[in-house]
Design a protein around this ligand. Sequence first.
Ligand SMILES: Nc1ncnc2c1ncn2[C@@H]1O[C@H](COP(=O)(O)OP(=O)(O)OP(=O)(O)O)[C@@H](O)[C@H]1O
Length: 619
Amino acid sequence: MKKLLVYLKDYKKESILAPLFKMLEASFELIVPLVVTAMIDVGIADKNSGYILKMCLVMVALGLIGLLCSVTAQYFAAKAAAGFGTRVRHQLFAHIQSFSFTEIDQEGTATLITRMTSDINQVQSGVNMVLRLFLRSPFIVFGAMVMAFTIDWKAALIFAVAIPLLSLVVFGVMAVSIPLYRKVQERLDKVLGITRENLTGARVIRAFHKEEEEKARFEEGLESLTSMQNHVGKISAFMNPVTYVIINGATILLLYTGAVQVDAGSLTQGEVVALVNYMSQILVELIKLANLIVTITKAVACGNRVESILEIQSSMPADGNQLEHSVGGTLSSDFRTADGSPLEYSGGEVGDSTEQSIGETGNRTEQLETENQTGTPAVEFAHVGLTYQGAGGESLSDIDFSVKKGETIGIIGGTGSGKTSLVHLIPRFYDVTSGAVLLNGRNVREYPLEELRQKVGIVMQRAVLFKGTIRENLCWGKADASEEELYEALEIAQAKEVVEGKEGSLNAPVEQGGKNFSGGQRQRLTIARALVRKPEILILDDSASALDYATDAKLRKSIREMEGSPTVFIVSQRTSSIQHADKIIVLEDGEVAGIGTHQQLLESCGVYREIYESQYKKQ
Ligand SMILES: Nc1ncnc2c1ncn2[C@@H]1O[C@H](COP(=O)(O)OP(=O)(O)OP(=O)(O)O)[C@@H](O)[C@H]1O
């Protein structure tokens, strides 16, 4: 939490003025009992209505000045807290943007949303409360005690006993309830998690008619939260009766000793009333302080959670300098084959030059030599292995192939065979755990991320559009794309008719998540978005699954004829979508079961033949 406080540094003035004005307000509050004393001892005793009126006006003036101070303090505290909250939100958002898929997987979207929203709100209101009350309450408790001593030290001894006793009860109850408040917060988080999951998955819940189960799950979470809140409530409720017993006991004692002293002529009636007033002020402030401590505890817990996200370092810095440590030192996993032996380079040692192409033994060297005669492979997977963080085993093992510029590669395999994992390694959504992925002969880890992702256009399995217009969505691919470029991309993606069918064409609105478009329309628009930037490598990850066969065929034909001949990876479950590819990679359980053309694989690869036959022959 401490580290978060640096975001208050631009609000130093406000952070000093807010408590200062609050203390000024408190000072005026401490004067009020003295005015009452004067009113009773002079005004009432002398039946001097003019004096009473004057004192009334003084009280009104004190009240007004106090109010002014309080409003000013509130203004500065709110300004500092809101500014602090905005900066933390801004920083956290920017930090989350730097996360790779690994960190996002690790934390989970729901957690990140909670940190960005309710956690920061809680810290912000904590900062506001602290600025206003943290000094004010102790100041009044201490000030009221000092004032009591100045009135009559003997009577004030009752304060000296009552205040520690009151503090013991108030802070004792706090000590017991604060850990319970943490539990309340945890249970509240759980309820919020269920709510978020339900709202985001509302359609699926309806489709599977799971409303009753979900209601029961929500109620269960809610009941657990309520029971904990009731438990804490009961403990906290204990505080009020006990504190009032102490305060009333002290007041009775104060009135009794006061009366004796008034009789003896050593104290006036007004002074006794002032002492009683100070006693009540102390009680109110101690209770406020206790509530403030609860708020601070919650704010610190939330602040720590926000801070823990800020402390996570992205495993993929934007400058792509991940290989530096291997130069002249121990070889990193990137330069090792699956069995751990170092990969040989065609010239010099590993790390000598970032432009060197990877070479290998035996067939691999021959293959690379041949390829080098015709040019460096556009994409190369050199004995690639991938184990996701926290996963038991490898999701990809020893993937080894290369692709020439302009080729179309089909990737096929059963569900969970590793197709998406494989293509995600090209734009470096994840880092390989063994072997290396090379783009134009250069390890993808050596590219600055922006440069790498500029070269690779990927259309994900789930077509996601953002709120705005069609034009704004397409311009994600290239911010300054001309109308002509946008229509060219739309035409290739078979999405021109989608745009023309909407009122406003390119300026037609897109709702959040693109929910005002059909699944197929969304897919075509996301393909167009990837094409606008004319990528060197185009990856279509099962992104034509919602298209009919004819549109899918037209799409593939126009991509093949695209100017600049990008290297295309088509991930598909349908053999019809990939059978014309230059090379097809068949995956099974994260391993390559076969590589070749459609015809070669039909002859040599059992897995491919099985997939093909299940889709065609049986029909
Ligand atoms: N982010 C992740 N964290 C952990 N494991 C993952 C992650 N993504 C995928 N996996 C695991 O890796 C394996 C391969 O998944 P992948 O998504 O690459 O398969 P796929 O062939 O694309 O499947 P599908 O055709 O169903 O999309 C699966 O066992 C999956 O559980």
